[in-house]
Design a protein around this ligand. Sequence first.
Ligand code: GLN
Length: 248
Amino acid sequence: MKIVVGHLYPEYLNIYADRGNIAVLAKRALWRGHELEVRAISAADSIEPGAQDLLYIGGGQDREQALVAHDLARKAEQVLAAASAGVAVLAVCGGYQLLGRFYRFRDGTELPGVGLFPLHTIAGERRMIGDVLLDCDWAGRTLAGFENHAGRTYLEPGAEPLGRVVAGFGNDGQSGFEGCRVGRAVGTYLHGPLLPRNPWLADWLLAQAIAHRTGGEPPQLEPLDDELERDAQAVSARRARERGGRSN
Ligand code: GLN
């Protein structure tokens, strides 16, 4: 089947090769006989109900976020409608922050958010940089990646984190949690890109997108030989552990 991905602001939000996440989704879909069609969604575009099965938004510097935030906020109802209709979402770093309620810079300027994730972000003085390792109890899996952000993200009470920080800073360097999950929507600070070294999450997202397309349950995708991916995660996880707890 054809799986449609809406890539939000690819021309602005794409640091740390975040575009690589789309390449992984495309390949893993293809290896199961599915075709992934990627459509860019920029300022002039709207998010038509039912048109996409997965929405993707990457990371970016404060300057790029400021260039897209107000346009994205105007599309908030469309994003929220898509998510509540079962569209899967992957939001990375700067994109993750903009799908929260707001992102406040150190000078007090505030970028509006979409409000999909029950959280807000405030820029801190020191950037939080380095390899990260998470435990995702909900999936019985780990996630490994790389973070580089000034923003401290605060989850609201009852919000579900993506994972528990084993090594690294995570959302705010204090809470011990990273990312956020709301139904089929996942937000995270993890770059790298994220999916090449965490194929289970790519398959989880693909299964959610297929469920949206079929209106059925997320399918169990046929396993692939992920030896290279496992090695890549092992290297990333080792670097994160060598870095130790929630400080550089
Ligand atoms: N500009 C945001 C921050 O510094 C996000 C950075 C990113 O996407 N890597 O926190």
